[in-house]
Ligand binder design. Structure first.
Ligand code: SAM
Length: 286
């Protein structure tokens, strides 16, 4: 009888999520982190960076729909989009479904994540060779400091604020993001969970409020991040995520979604009271 393999993601020092693994497909250690791709029993293929779950085939659509389509349907004409991180390719895949997007630049620090996903998770990595994608293996912090380009929408699809992702939650990075957005630009960022990481949300929103005139937080449900309820921040120079949202843009796009729709877009900005209280003064939808 051979033993069973389970992966346990440990979160802080009091919580773990255990997932049954059938097969390890890839294990590597890059300059930045460990990178593993495993075949799970119930969630399809799964990417882990430093032992933390990044994506699973079963529920990645929820995260990638909500990080991409919310800002892309609020901005009236997003043509030039920047993705920071997002090495699994799921965010770029969704951005490129918008036919009006002429170019999507994706800056991922770790080439090993991209290569492993291209080989083992084509479900998310399937558009990484798209001619409208400009894939740069490099540090997103350095990129926004040095680029002369202006972007309509910037999506920060990062890991938790640890190691190379820590500056992606800081003031200098967001000042640079502001500078490389167009005059009506929007930035959406991976915003952690109100259940277990309200302190990170508060600190990120403080940083955003120092730079942007309008800041919001919106939620979605996922299966494999601690707490189940996860969030993105939405910071904007001009557009309001509800007042400037038009249902017909979604209907006319002809895109079919597995998670996103007009009602979900609007409902996502309705926060439960514990989140409103904890984030009071930091969000315009509080
Ligand atoms: N959906 C995921 C989550 O929230 O768990 C994030 C997925 S994506 C794999 C996150 C990526 O951000 C990682 O591949 C990591 O290498 C990348 N990353 C971290 N710091 C970065 C930086 N400074 N510049 C560019 N990419 C970075």
């Amino acid at each position: 009888m051979h033993s069973e393999l389970w992966i346990e993601e440990k979160f802080q020092d009091f919580l773990g999520l255990k997932i049954k693994v059938d097969r390890v497909l890839f294990s590597g250690k890059s300059e930045f982190q460990t990178v593993d791709v495993v075949e799970t029993r119930g969630h399809g293929r799964m990417l882990l960076n430093d032992g933390l779950i990044m994506v699973t085939e079963r529920d990645e659509f929820a995260y990638h729909d909500m990080i991409s389509h919310v800002p892309l349907f609020v901005h009236p004409q997003p043509k030039n989009v920047l993705v920071i991180g997002g090495g699994d390719g799921g965010t770029a895949r969704e951005v490129l479904r918008h036919s009006g997007v002429e170019k999507c630049t994706m800056v991922e620090i770790d080439g090993m994540v991209v290569d492993a996903c291209k080989e083992f998770i084509p479900q998310t990595a399937c558009e990484l060779e798209n001619p409208r994608l400009n894939l740069i293996i490099g540090d997103g912090v350095k990129f926004v400091k040095e680029t002369d380009e202006k972007f309509d929408v910037i999506i920060v699809d990062s890991t938790d604020p640890i190691g190379p992702a820590a500056p992606l939650f800081g003031p200098e990075f967001y000042q640079d993001v502001f500078n490389c957005l167009t005059d009506d630009g929007i930035v959406v960022s991976q915003g952690e969970s109100s259940w277990y990481a309200m302190d990170i949300q508060q600190s990120l929103l403080r940083v955003l409020n120092d730079v942007f005139p309008q800041c919001f937080l919106y939620n979605f449900s996922n299966l494999t991040y601690p707490g189940g309820l996860w969030s993105f921040t939405f910071a904007s120079k001009k557009y309001h995520p509800l007042q400037d949202f038009k249902d017909e843009r979604v209907h006319n796009s002809g895109i079919e979604f597995d998670y996103y729709n007009c009602a979900v877009h609007k409902a996502a900005f309705s926060l439960p009271n514990f989140a409103r209280k904890g984030l009071a003064g930091l969000i315009a939808n509080g």
